[in-house]
Design a protein around this ligand. Structure first.
Ligand code: AMP
Ligand code: MG
Length: 402
């Protein structure tokens, strides 16, 4: 058995960020930038009003002074009429402040009276400070400022920043396309009537969903039996159509474990027994330049193996650091006894974070690597280092599952 860190180091050395590509903003959320974007012009691009109100040519006269309304400037207007002292322009939020404007009074603080010439005067009932309610050009970003740096995971607000500096596209690291495969003579597609000895293929749906939730595209390689030729054909099809292959089953010590055998023949493969439970067997190879994750077949093992080993690689390929979900500190809500066996155990737990203290965790039940129900009702994996386990009330690390 090797420590998990050795297996991780082996994988880490063999995965690289994907080449960058230019995508429309609408497709960029969740991707990592492959360029530093600077503002070529100021944001906002012109001085504009923060309120609906009146742009005043003079802010020094005492409250109650009347100003002659000489223009109306709506959002989208050019607003190039000059406002002299004693004059005002009716102005809307986002409209350019006309030249000569000293400050903008909120409409809520004004009253109007008609003028004999058919126009209007406006009176402001309180003092207006110089520059009041004016959003200056460049207050968000000055020309030359970094709008979005390289290696940033784009969230929706970043799309707003990119649009505001005039970008409709952005260079991002490609999102990995993952080819997913199930192997095993006992497996049939879900919904197929079972004869004795058969079980539904549940892993493929789980792994595909995990990949999609991680922002990856998926190629479904389907289900192949324990037949080396079929496994080889499927793996080669995956290498031709995807950036990474994730297969489950066929990597343990059994007589009919074809993934291990095939990868050993056609890929630069390493087979590992990792000091963790579940998910001890693991194969990793590079086939035609494409990383191949040979995850164990037991349903819980395949998920744990994906979380611990495949997720960091997918992150790295997408331009993020090589890391899985960061663990957090919690309190054992019950005793987690275990025996010493040289392995780190990952226990399916439910996290209760309803109190002000550290979140507390309890087991969700059957911890066998074939018992998927306890994984489905879990939202974390509690990490139990080798030893006697953890007493109720003691602290432990938990890897979140959602
Ligand atoms: P293996 O890793 O191929 O030795 O499989 C270990 C266990 O996982 C066996 O009990 C298999 O039947 C089960 N198994 C393998 N692949 C799948 C799958 N895709 N869906 C559900 N169970 C599986
Ligand atoms: Mg098998």
């Amino acid at each position: 058995m090797i420590p998990l860190d050795d297996a991780l180091a082996h994988v880490r050395d063999r995965v690289r960020p994907l080449p960058s590509q230019r995508v429309p903003l609408a497709r960029a959320v969740g991707c990592v930038t492959a360029e530093r974007v600077t503002a070529s012009t100021p944001v906002p691009p012109f001085d504009n009003s923060a309120v609906d109100g009146f742009a005043l040519g003079d802010v020094s006269p005492p409250p109650g002074t009347w100003h002659r309304v000489v223009a109306t400037v709506a959002a989208g207007d050019t607003g190039d009429v000059r406002i002299e002292p004693g004059a005002a322009a009716r102005i809307m939020t986002g409209a350019p402040v006309p030249p000569g404007t000293r400050g903008v009074a909120m409409v809520e603080h004004t009253s109007l009276r008609p003028r004999p010439d058919g126009g209007e005067d406006v009176c402001v009932d309180r003092a207006v400070a110089a520059d009041a309610n004016i959003r200056r050009a460049g207050e968000d970003l000055a020309a030359g400022d970094v709008a979005v740096d390289e290696s940033v995971l784009l969230r929706p607000a970043h799309l707003g920043v990119l649009a505001s500096v005039g970008r409709s596209e952005v260079d991002v690291v490609g999102c990995p396309t993952v080819a997913v495969l199930s192997t095993g003579d006992e497996l049939v597609p879900p919904g197929t009537p079972l004869r004795r000895g058969q079980i539904p293929d549940s892993n493929r749906g789980v792994l595909i969903a995990l990949c999609r939730a991680a922002g990856c595209e998926v190629v479904d390689l389907g289900l192949v039996g324990d037949d080396e030729d079929a496994v080889e054909r499927a793996l080669r099809a995956g290498a031709a159509s995807a950036d990474v292959i994730v297969s489950s089953g066929g990597v343990s010590m059994g007589d009919f474990d074809p993934v291990k055998a095939v990868l050993g023949r056609i890929a630069d493969m390493r087979w590992m027994q990792i000091a963790i439970k579940p998910a001890k067997p693991f194969a990793f190879g590079v086939l035609d330049g494409v990383p191949v994750f040979g995850l164990p077949g037991n349903p819980v093992s395949s998920v744990v193996s994906f979380e611990l080993l495949a997720r960091p690689a997918l992150c790295r390929m997408a331009g993020l650091p090589f890391a899985g979900r960061p663990s957090f500190t919690a309190v054992a809500g019950e005793g987690f006894r275990r025996r010493e066996d040289g392995k780190t155990h990952y226990v399916r737990v439910r996290v209760d974070d309803s109190t002000d203290d550290l979140p507390s965790v309890r087991s969700t039940g059957g911890q066998g690597s074939h018992q998927m129900s306890a994984l489905a009702s879990a939202d974390g994996l509690a990490v139990l280092p080798d030893g006697p386990g953890v007493e109720a009330g003691e602290r432990l690390q938990v890897i979140p599952l959602d």
